[in-house]
Design a protein around this ligand. Structure first.
Ligand code: COA
Ligand code: MG
Length: 305
């Protein structure tokens, strides 16, 4: 499993808001993406693009990963978004977020275009891609989409647009209303499996009611239990809620490290199954906590750069 970046929380910042862009600079979230798509009015698309290029080029963000969400590939803006960003941002742009992907060809198209633009600009580091799975066509083809490009880093389940695409009458983005059980269980599960099959992160989309921390936490937890790496925030108040859910708890990490050490000793002695703190552990038990330890190591490395 390749874990390239921390994505416990991805904060969306509308590109048309100079105020929020300025505020975002000092927010130490794992990942910030500047939005050129649905948070930006059609008559502000050009201004938002210029703001995004200037912000990525000139700002020292506290967040280690800086991304921009372009407009979808059926719009008149997407081409200019991509060219302006690669031309203007230099080496500072880590990831492009592509919304409303419909099939693997959309990912291949963005990959090729990025290659051309990077070569023209002489960039040394390939820009990563994250895509939104938020159309029924995308969910239907999610396995093929997830393996379409080596640039792909994450699949994001965008439940707002997805609900519209499937004709689900939900009240607010991310809301599950009175559905008995988890309305998005099937979709999240498919996204998580396709992501993991290809070594990608699965990231849960937005929850619009930012004054409802309990429900946000519940949605984040549902995603976490299916193997998601993190969740979007649309408001700074949601960041610590996501981080609390997607940060492995210190006691579990300490226990995992002790278990891995005890098991390494056992292997030296030629034993494959041992008793650890009263239960049987074998190689499967150790493998099951390897990823949690890797995430904890990454968080630790971020704290002490
Ligand atoms: N990024 C950076 N700063 C943000 C922010 C964000 N996403 N959302 C709010 N803030 C700032 C506000 O500017 C405000 O700053 P101030 O204290 O200096 O005035 C502070 O955080 C508190 O915000 P608040 O007053 O509670 O909310 P608001 O009414 O200013 O904004 C929204 C509410 C929903 C309009 C705003 O959070 C937003 O635009 N979120 C992103 C929407 C988005 O990107 N959607 C697309 C993806 S789904
Ligand atoms: Mg969307």
């Amino acid at each position: 499993m390749k874990i390239r970046r921390l994505r416990r929380c991805e904060l969306s910042v509308p590109g048309s808001s100079e105020k929020m862009l300025a505020k975002a600079a000092s927010i130490a979230v794992d990942h910030i993406f500047i939005d050129l798509e649905d948070a930006v009015a059609p008559n502000r698309k050009g201004q938002a693009r210029d703001n995004a290029v200037a912000a990525v080029r000139d700002t020292r963000f506290a967040a280690p990963t800086i991304a921009v969400r372009i407009n979808d590939l059926t719009t008149p803006w997407a081409l200019d978004d991509l060219t302006a960003l690669v031309e203007g941002c230099g080496e500072n742009l880590d990831v492009i977020v592509v919304p409303k992907v419909l099939g693997p060809q959309d990912v291949v198209f963005v990959d090729r275009l990025l290659s051309m633009l990077e070569r023209r600009r002489g960039l040394s580091r390939p820009i990563g891609i994250e895509i939104l799975i938020e159309e029924i066509q995308a969910l239907d083809r999610v396995e093929r989409i997830a393996s379409a490009s080596p640039r792909l880093e994450a699949l994001i389940f965008g439940m707002g647009d997805y609900a519209r695409s499937q004709g689900m009458p939900v009240s607010n983005v991310g809301e599950t209303d009175d559905y008995p059980g988890d309305l998005y269980h099937y979709h999240r599960n498919r996204v998580a499996i396709a992501a993991r099959l290809n070594g990608l992160d699965a990231v849960d989309g937005p929850y619009a009611d930012f004054r409802n921390p309990a429900k946000y936490r519940e949605e984040a937890r549902r995603a976490a239990l299916l193997g998601f790496a993190g969740k979007w925030a649309i408001h700074p108040a949601q960041i610590e809620l996501a981080e609390a859910v997607f940060t492995p708890d210190p006691a579990s990490v300490a226990k995992a490290r002790a278990m891995a050490a005890a098991y390494a000793d056992a292997l030296e002695r030629g034993e494959g199954a041992i008793s650890f703190e009263g239960t049987m552990i074998d190689v499967a038990s150790v493998k099951a906590v390897e990823e949690m330890i890797a995430v904890a190591d990454r968080i630790e490395a971020r704290r002490t750069p």
